[in-house]
Write a protein that binds this ligand. Structure first.
Ligand SMILES: Nc1ncnc2c1ncn2[C@@H]1O[C@H](COP(=O)(O)OP(=O)(O)O)[C@@H](O)[C@H]1O
Ligand SMILES: [Mg+2]
Length: 161
């Protein structure tokens, strides 16, 4: 029986070991996991929790089914491999402009937040993205149109220009 290590960095190591690859360096870090560059010039994201792993994997599968490789000129990573035990997703590396991080995205239906919560979300995001907010809204609308993915966890690290 294979036991999955507790920490994302240990699970990332276990994942690359199984694929005869190795980690060449860190690529990024966020609230849901740690992202590394591999010897195959791919990105791997080791999730902290199964909910975000399952969500993100479902989105990448959907994007693959619908052949979505870019949204309004923003490159979208392509799914290469994944491991449910280690909660790791391997994907292509993208360069800006890009759209990534579906760990907090919803498939098929938007979350049922109250109008007050959504108003606050709009206000906060408009402030965060400044003059880019209109473009970000276009990207999000196109993402939903093409893939039925509703992305609320947007920040300048996930939608980069
Ligand atoms: N496929 C990728 N190609 C290039 N950079 C990436 C890729 N995936 C993640 N990154 C980098 O790592 C950062 C953190 O990844 P992200 O998926 O946003 O993690 P979290 O869900 O924890 O926020 C991103 O903001 C980005 O800079
Ligand atoms: Mg992120």
């Amino acid at each position: 029986m294979v036991i999955s290590p507790q920490f994302p960095d240990q699970r990332a190591e276990a994942f690359v070991g199984r694929r005869d690859l190795y980690i060449t360096g860190p690529l990024g870090r966020g609230i849901h996991g740690s992202v590394y560059l591999t010897s195959a010039m791919t990105a791997i994201k080791a999730h902290k929790e199964s909910t975000s792993y399952t969500r993100e994997l479902a989105c990448y599968n959907r994007l693959r089914e619908r052949n979505v490789t870019e949204i309004c000129g923003h490159h979208v990573p392509q799914l290469i491999a994944h491991d449910d035990l280690f909660m790791v997703i391997e994907m292509t590396i993208v360069t800006p402009p890009f759209l990534l991080d579906f760990a907090g995205a919803y498939l098929d239906w938007p979350p049922d937040f109250s109008p007050e919560v959504m108003d606050q979300w709009h206000h906060d995001k408009a402030e965060q993205f400044g003059k880019r907010w209109k473009e970000v809204q276009n990207v999000l609308a196109m993402l939903t149109e093409q893939s039925d993915i509703y992305m609320l966890d947007v920040n300048p690290g996930n939608i980069m220009f």
